[in-house]
Structures are given as structure tokens and as C-alpha cells.
Design a protein around this ligand. Structure first.
Ligand SMILES: Cc1ncc(COP(=O)(O)O)c(C=O)c1O
Length: 473
């Protein structure tokens, strides 16, 4: 009997040639987000061709551990067949229709109902959009509309925090407190004001002295209150905040911060907008970070984990105060996107939320894998000479790389600690994000203990190599 031919691995040259061709076409025709084009063109982008679970593969067949679940979004892991099937079924049955012409569709209805059951009390009404930026942009419009309906048109200023990230539209970039996002576009617009971030670890470097976390929590909330009083509470419409700041450096506030912020918002009649684009859908061990931190938002925005990133979809949920007022307005809501509540995106999101619930994925983050991850990341890195602080919650963790651990002293910018570490990750098959000198991990929620160990071994290797490069080890 003739022996079955062994599958032959694709010759490296062929896949190498294809990669080079793609890289050249990409460099010639595709502008990447948050990227310096000439540098990337010289280096060549990595071409990701497939993914499964927590792993990605590039066009040369190299397997990579995705420690960031894409952009903090693939809660359920890659390659989930049920989600693919849900999308395929909806594509066959109703590939597109809108909600403008007094119409709706079953997937949008079911998803809206399902989400309101998971959201905080009073959040019974939702709008859909297609990205986190659109959701936040919509939230700002609805906040302005609410105050106009209430006969308080002078309440127009949107407060947010230093180092916050809320998106890239003109308004949401203005809302964002990451200042490098502004000069290219002549932003922020007037009417966007910032208060300090509850970034305790950076407090010493920022000139606050050797202050403990609770003292710092009290101090930044006092500064927030002072800003409100200085501007005049009658002019302030809203305060927007991520329950845990993500792109600003994974900032987990001191325990006394959120209760005080809630008190301030109530006292000065400021609408509280929770940007749950990262913290939604189990990331912190509850369906929403608002539950983890006992927040009472008037409006919540969500995206990413809503569909595990399988489809572009976001939502804006209104608490009863805003929802009732807007529902009772008695006029057309002059807003909406062609793809709001897209049937295919809703079908995929609905299946995603169903699976997160059915398979106990959110509960597992709270009870088992989240505590395991938080414990292990501390065990591996807390005593590392290059790691000043390990922080995190649920399936979010960060290691801040510092020059002097005892003094909480950062590296000067030109030492590029974060970039060096990210490059080691790249070479060693790990995606770990560098935010300044803070290395972030936000893996898929379905990650196993064994996979966490594998990911942390790689992370340790890369941080060790960085320490050597910087002369710390
Ligand atoms: C907290 C937060 N809000 C908003 C956004 C913007 O979302 P998108 O990139 O989908 O527009 C992001 C993206 O990372 C985010 O982290």
C-alpha cells in the first residue's frame, strides 16, 4: 500500500516572498492608526493571517501569544465557531437593514433586551453605534441634549481626566486627556476641561511627594471639586471616566476615589458617564466595571468585548434620568448611523453575550482566573528590580518599568524602556503593550492557568532582557 505523503511545510522562501509582497503593498497603500508611516514602511508590518484561542499566527507561520486580546477586546478568544455561525446565519438571512424607516430587526431587539438585563438598574434603553469613539461621541451629544431638554443649556462643559482615552473623533479626542492626541488636529475644542488622574504610582514623579494611595485619592478628588467650583457647577454637563483607565497606563484608582467622585457628581448635579469600552463584558470580573467599583452612571458606553471584537459594534445605555427625559421629548432624535444596530453585528454580539453567560466566563474571571492572574503576575514581577509597581484588576495587569524602584523614579524618556521591552516581546512571540514605560497584559477571558504561565514566562523573559539592556540586571 502506498504510504500517504507527509504534508510538506511551506518553503520559507515562498511564505517569505508573500510576506514581503504584502509588506510592500501595505507600505504603499495603507495608512496605519497611531503609527509613524515612514518607520513602519522601512521595517515592514507584521502580517497576521490567522488566530485561535489566545494565539495569533503571522504570514511566516510564527505563533504569537496575544497578551492583549487584540485591543483589549477578544474576551471569548479567537476562532469561536458559534460566533462565526451566528454571523453567517445573519448574513444569509438579513445582511443589512437599518432602523431609520420605522423598522427594526430581531437581532437588534434581542440584543438590546439582553443587554439591559445585564446593566445597572434603570438602564433600560440603548442606542447602537459601531465603535467606542462613536459611542462616546453619541454620549456627549445625548448629554448636551438632556440639559437642553431640561432647560439648562448653559450646562455644556464636559469634564474628564488627564491620561484618559475616549476615542478619536473631534469630540472624543477633545474629551481624551492624553495630550499627544491633540496638536495635529488643533484640539481640544473649547468646552472640554480636565481634572487629575488618580495615578498614585506617578504621583511622586508629578511632584505630589511621598503620599500614600488614600491620601492621593482624597487629594485628586479635592482638586476635581475645586475645578468644578472654579468653573461653576451650573456650567458643567458631565464627567466622563473609565472605571480603570486603560490606554493612559492601566490606572486603578485608590479605594476612596470612586465613592468621592460619585458624591461630587451628585452634589453638583453633573451627569456621570462611565466609559466601559474596555471594562465592560467581564474584563474586571463583573459584567461592567460599574459593578466592580459601585458606580452609578447616568450613561454607559460599551464596545470591544460586546462582540469580542468579532464585529464592529458599540452601544450607549441610558439610565432612567436621561432615558426618561429623552423618551418623553416628543420630537425626532436627529442622530443615527447607517450601521447602527447592524443585524450581523448584533447577531454576533448576542451570541457572544449568550456564551459569556452560558459558559460562566464572567463569573470565572471574578472567582477563579482573575484572582489567579492577579496573584501570579504579582508573584512573578513584584520583586523584579525593573518593575516599580504591578497593578491590575480582573484580566487587566500592568508592570511599570522604573529606573529606581526604591525611589519610584521613572526612566528619562530617551531611555525608551517601554519601546525596548515591546521590541523584545515582538521578537519573542508575545504581544504585550507598552504605554510609556508601563507594560500591559489584557488577555482573553478564556485563557487557562497553563496559558497564563506560558504568557508570564514570555513576559518575564522580555522584561529580563530589557533590564539587561538598561543595565538594571
Ligand atoms: C476607554 C476607551 N474608550 C473609547 C475607545 C475608542 O474605541 P474605538 O477604538 O472602538 O473607537 C477606546 C479604545 O481603545 C477605549 O479604550
Amino acid at each position: 500500500m502506498p504510504r500517504a505523503k507527509k504534508p510538506v511545510a511551506k518553503p520559507l522562501l515562498r511564505s517569505g516572498r508573500q510576506t514581503k509582497r504584502w509588506q510592500a503593498l501595505d507600505a504603499a497603500h495603507h495608512i496605519h492608526p497611531f503609527t509613524q508611516s515612514n518607520l513602519l514602511a522601512a521595517e515592514g508590518a507584521r502580517v497576521i493571517t490567522r488566530a485561535k484561542g489566545i494565539y495569533l499566527w503571522d504570514s511566516n507561520g510564527v505563533r504569537i501569544v496575544d497578551g492583549m486580546s487584540g485591543l483589549w477586546c477578544v474576551q471569548i478568544g479567537y476562532g469561536n465557531r458559534e460566533l462565526a455561525q451566528a454571523g453567517y446565519d445573519a448574513l444569509k438571512q438579513l445582511p443589512y437593514y437599518n432602523h431609520f424607516f420605522k423598522t427594526t430587526n430581531p437581532w437588534t431587539i434581542e440584543l438590546a433586551a439582553r443587554l439591559t438585563a445585564l446593566l445597572p438598574d434603570g438602564h433600560t434603553r440603548l442606542l447602537f453605534a459601531d465603535s467606542g469613539s462613536e459611542a462616546n461621541d453619541t454620549a456627549l451629544k445625548l448629554i448636551r441634549y438632556y440639559w437642553n431638554l431640561k432647560g439648562r443649556p448653559e450646562k455644556k462643559i464636559h469634564l474628564s481626566r488627564a491620561l484618559s482615552y475616549h476615542g478619536v473623533t473631534m469630540a472624543t479626542a477633545s474629551l481624551s486627556g492624553l495630550t499627544p492626541m491633540h496638536p495635529q488636529w488643533d484640539l481640544p475644542f473649547p468646552g472640554f476641561e480636565k481634572v487629575p488622574a488618580p495615578y498614585w504610582y506617578g504621583a511622586k514623579g508629578a511632584g505630589y511627594g511621598d503620599i500614600d494611595p488614600e491620601e492621593f485619592g482624597a487629594l485628586v478628588t479635592r482638586e476635581m471639586e475645586k475645578k468644578i467650583v472654579d468653573i461653576g457647577p451650573d456650567r458643567i454637563a458631565s464627567f466622563s471616566a473609565e472605571p480603570v483607565q486603560g490606554a493612559g497606563g492601566l490606572i486603578v484608582p485608590p479605594a476612596n476615589y470612586w465613592p468621592e467622585v460619585m458624591r461630587i457628581c451628585r452634589r453638583y448635579d453633573i451627569l456621570f458617564h462611565a466609559d466601559e469600552v474596555i471594562t465592560g463584558f467581564g474584563r474586571t470580573g463583573e459584567w461592567f466595571g460599574s459593578f466592580t467599583y459601585n458606580l452609578q452612571p447616568d450613561i454607559i458606553t460599551m464596545a470591544k468585548g460586546l462582540s469580542s471584537g468579532y464585529q464592529p459594534i458599540s452601544a450607549i445605555s441610558l439610565g432612567s434620568r436621561m432615558g426618561d427625559a429623552i423618551a418623553a421629548a416628543g420630537e425626532e432624535l436627529v442622530h443615527g448611523y447607517t450601521y447602527s444596530g447592524h443585524p450581523v453585528a448584533c447577531a454576533v454580539a448576542l451570541k457572544n453575550v449568550e456564551i459569556l453567560k452560558r459558559d460562566g466566563i464572567v463569573t470565572r474571571v471574578k472567582r477563579k482566573i482573575g484572582p489567579y492572574f492577579q496573584r501570579r503576575v504579582r508573584e512573578v514581577f513584584a520583586d523584579h528590580p525593573l518593575v516599580g509597581e504591578v497593578r491590575g484588576a480582573g484580566m487587566l495587569a500592568a508592570m511599570e518599568l522604573v529606573e529606581n524602584k526604591a525611589e519610584r523614579q521613572s526612566f528619562p524618556k530617551n531611555r525608551n524602556a517601554g519601546t525596548i521591552c515591546r521590541d523584545h516581546c515582538f521578537e519573542n512571540g508575545l504581544v504585550m503593550r507598552a504605554i510609556r514605560d508601563t507594560m500591559v497584559l489584557a488577555p482573553a477571558l478564556i485563557i487557562t492557568e497553563v496559558e497564563i504561565e506560558h504568557m508570564l514566562r514570555k513576559a518575564k523573559l522580555c522584561i529580563d532582557l530589557t533590564a539587561k539592556d538598561l543595565g538594571v540586571l
